[in-house]
Design a protein around this ligand. Sequence first.
Ligand SMILES: Nc1ncnc2c1ncn2[C@@H]1O[C@H](COP(=O)(O)OP(=O)(O)OP(=O)(O)O)[C@@H](O)[C@H]1O
Length: 451
Amino acid sequence: MEANLEQAVKKLISDFECPTDALKHAMEDFDELRRKGLEKDDEMLAMAPAYISSVPTGEETGDFLALDLGGTNLRVCWVRLLGEGKYEMKQSKATLPREIVRNESAQPLVDFICDHIELFINENFPEKVGVPEKEFLPMGFTFSYPMSQRSIVDTTLIRWTKGFNIPEAIGLDFGSTLTQGMKDRKLPVVIEAVINDTVGTLVTRAYTSNAYNTIMGVIFGTGSNGAYIENSSDIPKLNDAGNKEKMLINIEWGASSFKSLPATRYDLLLDHDTPNPGRQMFEKRVSGMYLGELFRRALFHLIKVYNFNNGIIPPSVTDSWSLETSVLSRIVVNRSAENIKEVLRPYGIRFRDDSEALLIYDVAYCIGRRSARISSVPIASLYLTTGHAGKKADIGVDGSLVEHYPNFVGMLRDALKDVLGEDEKNISIGIAKDGSGIGAALCALQAVKEK
Ligand SMILES: Nc1ncnc2c1ncn2[C@@H]1O[C@H](COP(=O)(O)OP(=O)(O)OP(=O)(O)O)[C@@H](O)[C@H]1O
């Protein structure tokens, strides 16, 4: 191993450190951004009221379709809520093609979604084809992009995130666009609720956990974002809360930029090469879409400047976005030279000796650890500033990163302990499995009840 390489990795690791003081400063920044977003629109944090005013008790029942348009996948589901926090679910999943999610026109996306709904209905509900409108299947739609809402179904897309770029759809109500697409195809479906996956995660966790004090839903998937429960009276921009005391708020915290958090050279280079430089800065350090790319950039630097891999830059390291975050998970799961060599061999990475492989482990580890530590900022800030300090509180989480990156929740808890001290023990964190699907069904149920 080259001594220079060891020094370079040490420096890299220290660049990815996130000291407790910086996290605490960022919590203050976050609280300021949160309050501004509650005051008026067009602030850095969208703070979008979801027009859902309560969380489920676990006793809800009913059958619903759910549609989940995430950053990576499309899911069409059938959900049966059984009460007692239980459910049955059937789903079909498709990866969203890049040329569809980066397109001048929204029509290819609408067609793609309608194709999948049609297939799902033909397979599971053939008896519904051709029924009159009052017999249509009620559907909850999880649309996880920054949107403003005027009611539980009326939305306006503010901007795309997570690598989507369909300019035509911005400023429009994507739920209506989709409804029109379904009408054109005569699909027997009616959208009853449009929600964000954060809200879906919160309500799903409340439904399934028996915790009674679920206060937040957090996504760690392609993007990262959260929802929480706010007092309607503390949302100055809300004109009409419809006599509802509480309101679930989708924060869009992926957009936060915390001046106090140090940026590495890899963050700056990555940001520069995205379609939205200077924006979504939290997301670019935390979420699944970006961690693999940060790792690729770190490898590139180590090869180019420190002769790692004998100075050979394989295509997996030259080509942007060619290293998935799942690669980091596979490295970090086992700190043995054998594992690291095996995971990185297909990507054209070779090691002079075992200690060099372990250095690369440390690089992968510090990128994931920083993500988990930064994630503590909005969670701890909300816990402290929305009336939960010193009390038990439960948080639902969902997304491939938190589910599959080894010990992500453990690292998040360590950071919470750093910033909250003993209060960390008051917080329970649990995966809200199938949050987008179950959550969409639960919100559709609430919408139907309130009609
Ligand atoms: N094993 C893994 N470990 C860590 N990250 C992973 C793993 N598998 C997938 N990912 C990352 O998770 C992201 C996809 O997250 P998820 O499966 O929750 O999809 P999604 O619902 O489309 O995302 P979102 O909810 O943000 O819209 C991708 O960016 C991918 O790189």
